[in-house]
Design a protein around this ligand. Structure first.
Ligand code: SF4
Length: 171
Protein backbone atom coordinates (compact mmCIF):
# COMPACT_ATOMS: atom_id res chain seq x y z
CA UNK A 1 0.00 0.00 0.00
CA UNK A 2 1.38 3.41 -0.95
CA UNK A 3 1.17 5.84 1.91
CA UNK A 4 0.25 9.36 0.94
CA UNK A 5 2.33 12.05 2.58
CA UNK A 6 -0.01 14.69 3.98
CA UNK A 7 1.52 18.13 3.74
CA UNK A 8 0.26 20.49 6.40
CA UNK A 9 0.01 24.03 5.13
CA UNK A 10 1.61 26.34 7.69
CA UNK A 11 0.47 29.92 7.92
CA UNK A 12 3.09 32.51 8.81
CA UNK A 13 2.24 34.47 11.97
CA UNK A 14 -0.82 32.37 12.78
CA UNK A 15 -1.40 31.50 16.42
CA UNK A 16 -3.41 28.67 17.97
CA UNK A 17 -6.32 30.24 19.85
CA UNK A 18 -6.77 28.29 23.05
CA UNK A 19 -8.98 28.33 26.13
CA UNK A 20 -8.47 26.66 29.50
CA UNK A 21 -11.53 25.77 31.59
CA UNK A 22 -12.04 24.13 34.99
CA UNK A 23 -15.19 22.47 36.27
CA UNK A 24 -15.77 20.36 39.42
CA UNK A 25 -12.31 19.30 40.50
CA UNK A 26 -9.27 20.28 42.57
CA UNK A 27 -7.66 22.22 39.67
CA UNK A 28 -4.30 20.49 40.05
CA UNK A 29 -3.95 20.18 36.26
CA UNK A 30 -4.27 23.97 36.10
CA UNK A 31 -1.33 24.14 38.51
CA UNK A 32 0.65 21.73 36.31
CA UNK A 33 -0.23 23.90 33.29
CA UNK A 34 0.96 27.09 35.00
CA UNK A 35 4.19 25.31 35.98
CA UNK A 36 4.66 24.31 32.32
CA UNK A 37 4.16 27.96 31.42
CA UNK A 38 7.20 28.83 33.54
CA UNK A 39 9.32 26.73 31.19
CA UNK A 40 7.52 27.26 27.88
CA UNK A 41 5.92 30.71 27.95
CA UNK A 42 8.46 32.39 25.71
CA UNK A 43 8.24 29.64 23.09
CA UNK A 44 4.44 29.26 23.33
CA UNK A 45 3.62 32.96 23.30
CA UNK A 46 4.96 33.09 19.71
CA UNK A 47 2.53 30.41 18.50
CA UNK A 48 -0.30 30.35 21.05
CA UNK A 49 -2.94 32.99 21.67
CA UNK A 50 -4.09 32.50 25.29
CA UNK A 51 -7.58 33.73 24.51
CA UNK A 52 -9.49 32.40 27.51
CA UNK A 53 -7.39 31.58 30.57
CA UNK A 54 -8.65 33.03 33.81
CA UNK A 55 -5.46 32.22 35.75
CA UNK A 56 -3.55 34.45 33.34
CA UNK A 57 -5.93 37.25 32.43
CA UNK A 58 -8.94 39.18 33.63
CA UNK A 59 -10.54 39.72 30.20
CA UNK A 60 -11.31 36.52 28.33
CA UNK A 61 -13.03 35.80 25.03
CA UNK A 62 -14.87 32.53 24.43
CA UNK A 63 -15.92 32.94 20.80
CA UNK A 64 -13.84 31.46 18.00
CA UNK A 65 -11.45 29.22 19.95
CA UNK A 66 -9.39 26.67 18.05
CA UNK A 67 -8.88 24.40 21.05
CA UNK A 68 -10.59 24.28 24.44
CA UNK A 69 -8.73 22.39 27.19
CA UNK A 70 -11.29 21.33 29.78
CA UNK A 71 -10.45 20.08 33.27
CA UNK A 72 -12.86 18.53 35.79
CA UNK A 73 -16.15 16.65 35.79
CA UNK A 74 -19.64 18.09 35.26
CA UNK A 75 -21.69 18.15 38.44
CA UNK A 76 -24.55 20.60 37.83
CA UNK A 77 -26.89 21.92 35.13
CA UNK A 78 -25.04 25.23 35.24
CA UNK A 79 -21.76 23.45 34.43
CA UNK A 80 -23.48 21.41 31.72
CA UNK A 81 -24.75 24.61 30.08
CA UNK A 82 -21.30 26.18 30.21
CA UNK A 83 -19.72 23.05 28.70
CA UNK A 84 -22.23 23.15 25.81
CA UNK A 85 -21.32 26.80 25.28
CA UNK A 86 -17.60 25.96 25.19
CA UNK A 87 -18.21 23.11 22.72
CA UNK A 88 -20.15 25.51 20.47
CA UNK A 89 -17.27 27.96 20.47
CA UNK A 90 -14.29 25.68 19.83
CA UNK A 91 -13.14 23.52 16.94
CA UNK A 92 -11.44 20.90 19.14
CA UNK A 93 -12.11 20.01 22.74
CA UNK A 94 -9.47 18.26 24.86
CA UNK A 95 -10.37 16.55 28.15
CA UNK A 96 -7.70 17.33 30.75
CA UNK A 97 -7.04 14.97 33.65
CA UNK A 98 -8.82 11.93 34.97
CA UNK A 99 -11.94 13.76 36.21
CA UNK A 100 -12.65 15.13 32.72
CA UNK A 101 -11.68 11.87 30.96
CA UNK A 102 -13.37 9.34 33.24
CA UNK A 103 -15.36 11.35 35.80
CA UNK A 104 -13.28 10.19 38.75
CA UNK A 105 -12.22 10.88 41.36
CA UNK A 106 -14.63 13.87 41.26
CA UNK A 107 -17.54 11.54 40.43
CA UNK A 108 -17.13 9.27 43.43
CA UNK A 109 -20.53 10.23 44.83
CA UNK A 110 -22.06 8.39 41.84
CA UNK A 111 -21.22 5.14 43.62
CA UNK A 112 -22.15 6.13 47.17
CA UNK A 113 -24.35 3.59 48.97
CA UNK A 114 -28.03 4.54 49.36
CA UNK A 115 -27.67 5.76 53.00
CA UNK A 116 -24.80 8.06 52.10
CA UNK A 117 -26.72 9.34 49.08
CA UNK A 118 -29.56 10.29 51.45
CA UNK A 119 -27.13 12.04 53.79
CA UNK A 120 -25.73 14.31 51.07
CA UNK A 121 -29.05 14.96 49.32
CA UNK A 122 -29.61 18.32 51.07
CA UNK A 123 -26.16 19.48 49.94
CA UNK A 124 -26.91 18.58 46.31
CA UNK A 125 -30.16 20.57 46.47
CA UNK A 126 -28.57 23.50 48.33
CA UNK A 127 -25.77 23.90 45.78
CA UNK A 128 -27.94 22.99 42.76
CA UNK A 129 -25.90 19.91 41.90
CA UNK A 130 -27.22 17.25 39.56
CA UNK A 131 -27.94 13.71 40.75
CA UNK A 132 -24.97 12.25 38.91
CA UNK A 133 -21.53 13.61 38.03
CA UNK A 134 -20.51 13.24 34.37
CA UNK A 135 -17.29 12.86 32.44
CA UNK A 136 -17.14 15.25 29.49
CA UNK A 137 -17.70 12.56 26.88
CA UNK A 138 -21.12 11.77 28.41
CA UNK A 139 -22.30 15.19 27.27
CA UNK A 140 -20.19 16.49 24.37
CA UNK A 141 -17.79 15.30 21.68
CA UNK A 142 -14.25 15.02 23.00
CA UNK A 143 -11.48 15.17 20.37
CA UNK A 144 -8.48 14.23 22.52
CA UNK A 145 -7.70 13.20 26.08
CA UNK A 146 -4.85 13.91 28.47
CA UNK A 147 -5.29 11.39 31.30
CA UNK A 148 -3.61 11.45 34.70
CA UNK A 149 -4.38 12.81 38.14
CA UNK A 150 -3.17 15.48 37.68
CA UNK A 151 -2.71 15.43 33.90
CA UNK A 152 0.34 13.74 32.40
CA UNK A 153 2.72 16.51 31.27
CA UNK A 154 4.27 14.57 28.36
CA UNK A 155 0.85 13.67 27.00
CA UNK A 156 -0.26 17.30 27.28
CA UNK A 157 2.82 18.48 25.35
CA UNK A 158 2.16 15.79 22.73
CA UNK A 159 -1.50 16.83 22.29
CA UNK A 160 -0.60 20.53 22.12
CA UNK A 161 2.07 19.74 19.51
CA UNK A 162 -0.46 17.79 17.43
CA UNK A 163 -2.97 20.65 17.62
CA UNK A 164 -0.35 23.14 16.43
CA UNK A 165 0.36 20.92 13.42
CA UNK A 166 -3.32 20.28 12.74
CA UNK A 167 -4.14 24.00 12.75
CA UNK A 168 -1.14 24.81 10.54
CA UNK A 169 0.69 26.90 13.11
CA UNK A 170 4.39 27.48 12.47
CA UNK A 171 6.74 26.63 15.33
S1 SF4 B 1 -7.99 14.48 37.78
FE1 SF4 B 1 -7.05 14.50 39.80
S2 SF4 B 1 -5.84 16.34 39.76
FE2 SF4 B 1 -7.28 16.52 38.12
S3 SF4 B 1 -9.01 17.57 38.98
FE3 SF4 B 1 -9.42 15.41 39.17
S4 SF4 B 1 -8.70 14.93 41.23
FE4 SF4 B 1 -7.79 16.85 40.70
Amino acid sequence: MVKKKIKQKKVEGKKLKIGWFSFSCCEDSTIVFTELLNDHFEEWSKVVDFQYIRVLRGKNKLEGLDVAFVEGAIASDREKKKLFEIRKNCKKLVAIGSCACTGGPSAQRNIFPKELEKEIEFLLRKFHHSDKVHKLEDLVRVDAKVPGCPMNEEKFLEVLGKMLVEFGVNR
